[in-house]
Design a protein around this ligand. Structure first.
Ligand code: MG
Length: 255
């Protein structure tokens, strides 16, 4: 009942306590003590969305399919194959064949890898380190299967996402916005939804996190407006990764 009112608040006015209470009320919980943080990669841990949008635009416009660069920010979180099928359906009225989709996604991956290296998102390392210092298990939940970034995780986020704490495009059938990726991550580390925090920068990812039942944090790191993340079902939205990094301590302290 306070949902619409809260949507009008700026994140800095947003009370973490209220967000948690609303979450607990909605899920009928008496207690919320998170054991795991399930964290998206592109646009959350890495400032990579511009490169992804460029690679997609080059690939799809190169096929003669009409598209614009900005739309690819909205498809963020989907698996590569589902993005390809969405565009094929719009242009031709049918899916790509599995072979076509595989081939095209391979080309997209090559285009992305050929671009200059991306930086970790400012604040991401601090956020991850805070979670680890509070004994919260960090798990990667990405729709990507691209080794360019996956191979850098151990260097950029030491100890946070070892093998066995990663859900990638290879581990899921449906991908975001379906809850499957976050549910698989919970299974992986043996926690329930009520013990999980999902963190994602994209509407699809937030939708997926919220549908999984986790306390879902949306974080704005690109051109997608804050409202889209509230509308996707975020329990709380932060306007930047550095802001989330600063507030996560406070959020955990209110529990
Ligand atoms: Mg993302």
């Amino acid at each position: 009942e306070t949902g619409t009112k809260v949507c009008c608040l700026k994140p800095e006015q947003m009370n973490e306590q209220e967000a948690i209470e609303r979450y607990m009320h909605r899920h009928g919980l008496n207690d919320f003590s998170p054991k795991a943080a399930l964290i998206d990669m592109d646009g959350t841990l890495y400032d990579s969305m511009g490169h992804h949008a460029d690679a997609w635009y080059k690939l799809i416009s190169g096929l003669g399919i009409e598209c614009c660069r900005e739309e690819f920010f909205l498809y963020e979180g989907r698996t590569g194959v589902s993005t390809i099928n969405l565009l094929f359906n719009r242009a031709y009225g049918h899916d790509a064949t599995p072979e076509e989709a595989r081939e095209l996604y391979k080309t997209k991956t090559e285009l992305f890898s050929a671009m200059p290296p991306v930086d970790p998102m400012p604040g991401a390392r601090a956020m991850v380190d805070t979670l680890l210092s509070r004994d919260i298990t960090t798990v990667l939940v990405t729709g990507s299967g691209q080794n360019t970034l996956l191979n850098r995780l151990d260097t950029d986020f030491p100890g946070a996402f070892p093998d066995g704490r990663r859900i990638t495009s290879h581990d899921v059938k449906f991908g975001k916005p379906h809850p499957e990726p976050f549910l698989r991550a919970m299974e992986l580390v043996g926690v329930s939804a009520e013990q999980s925090i999902a963190i994602d920068n994209a509407p699809m990812g937030v939708k997926s996190g919220a549908a999984s039942g986790a306390f879902t944090i949306g974080v704005v790191t690109g051109p997608i407006p804050e409202e889209e993340l509230w509308n996707a079902g975020a329990d709380i939205v932060y306007s930047s990764m550095p802001q989330l990094a600063r507030r996560i301590q406070h959020l955990l302290n209110t529990l």
